[in-house]
Design a protein around this ligand. Structure first.
Ligand code: SF4
Length: 329
């Protein structure tokens, strides 16, 4: 009951935010970009399941979950992951020349993505059509949610209908991120996977975003060139580094996640307070850095080599390295 109530409240709040983007764009944009969105990475580090249990897009995606439909299987898992990453890399830079300033356009995009989540829920079982596949937030949930600090119940899938053949974030976030980079631990394995490319590029992507200021629509080439340029440097740099130093993916992934979220809060924490003329941005920046360092040290301490490939019904047989959500049966 608690989670259903929370899902309804968050869905209604989303409708309010969308209305605000149309009718009171500036204060709504401030609340969205400087309060609501900056809380999400922290939530993912604590346990991404908290957000996935109440995310309004997941609610839209699950509305038709009882309808008989197909599972997310085979090569579509990898293809759909690539689509989600592509969407993320297209949409986030667009903040700089569009979404940070234009409330109605942002509202229309949010409505379109919500409609997409609902429609995919019609065709693919449970979260297989959106939340576990093409959602642009999923790669970030996986990267930051790879070492959850505490367990959260999966409130949506009771029971699990096995909508996703492997790598479900809700069944096991630790296994999910490992399976996203294949079953080998070396750079030659993860660099061939969409998630491996994303994870190595993401610290540079975040850094590039914060090297820019908000601009106008005609800046779009500069914006994409700068952010994707930093992302490419990050990708090549970490690939070479991990190859040269023989860093296995179970060590590299927490470092990449910690680095990306650390860079994010280094810039976003002071910006959030400054947006409301509040002091303390410098302090908050260091507090968040200390928290990320704690998260990373714990993640590295618990990092273990890749477990055997995940099959439904066997995820719990692998000794969990973190307190995990209960996998529904
Ligand atoms: S817990 Fe089961 S039903 Fe829910 S998203 Fe994961 S695989 Fe699909």
């Amino acid at each position: 009951m608690f989670w259903i109530g929370a899902q309804i409240i968050v869905f209604v709040l989303t409708v309010v935010v969308i209305a605000g983007l149309f009718f009171l764009p500036q204060p709504t944009l401030d609340i969205l970009w400087f309060i609501l969105i900056p809380v999400l990475p922290l939530t993912f580090m604590l346990n991404a399941g908290m957000w996935r249990d109440i995310c309004p897009l997941a609610t839209a995606n699950m509305l038709m979950s009882s309808r008989p439909s197909r599972d997310l299987t085979g090569s579509w898992i990898s293809w759909s992951a690539s689509i989600g990453i592509l969407l993320l890399f297209v949409l986030v830079p667009a903040r700089r020349f569009l979404f940070n300033m234009d409330g109605p356009i942002l509202a229309i995009v949010v409505l379109a993505v919500t409609a997409l989540a609902f429609t995919m829920g019609w065709f693919v079982k449970a979260k297989g059509g959106f939340c576990n596949s093409i959602c642009p937030v999923l790669p970030v949930e996986k990267l930051y949610g790879q070492a959850p600090l505490f367990a959260v119940r999966n409130a949506r899938c009771v029971p699990c209908t096995h909508c996703t053949a492997k790598g479900c974030q809700d069944l096991d976030p630790v296994l999910s991120v490992r399976q996203s980079v294949g079953n080998g631990g070396g750079v030659k394995d993860w660099i061939r996977t969409p998630f491996g490319v994303f994870a190595a590029a993401f610290p540079g992507f975040i850094f590039g975003y914060f090297q820019l200021s908000d601009g106008v629509l005609s800046d779009f080439l500069t914006v994409y060139g700068t952010i994707l340029g930093y992302a490419a440097v990050s990708l090549v740099g970490f690939a070479v580094l991990s190859l040269a130093l023989r860093i296995p993916s179970h060590r590299l992934l927490p470092v990449l996640g910690g680095l990306a979220v650390g860079i994010y809060y280094w810039y976003a924490a002071p910006a959030s307070l400054a947006a409301f003329d509040l002091a303390g941005g410098e302090v908050l920046k260091w507090v968040m850095t200390a928290f990320v360092a704690f998260w990373l040290s714990r993640a590295l301490r618990h990092a273990t080599p890749l477990p055997t490939p995940h099959k439904h019904g066997t995820a719990r047989a692998v000794t969990p390295t973190f307190p995990l959500p209960q996998a529904p049966r």
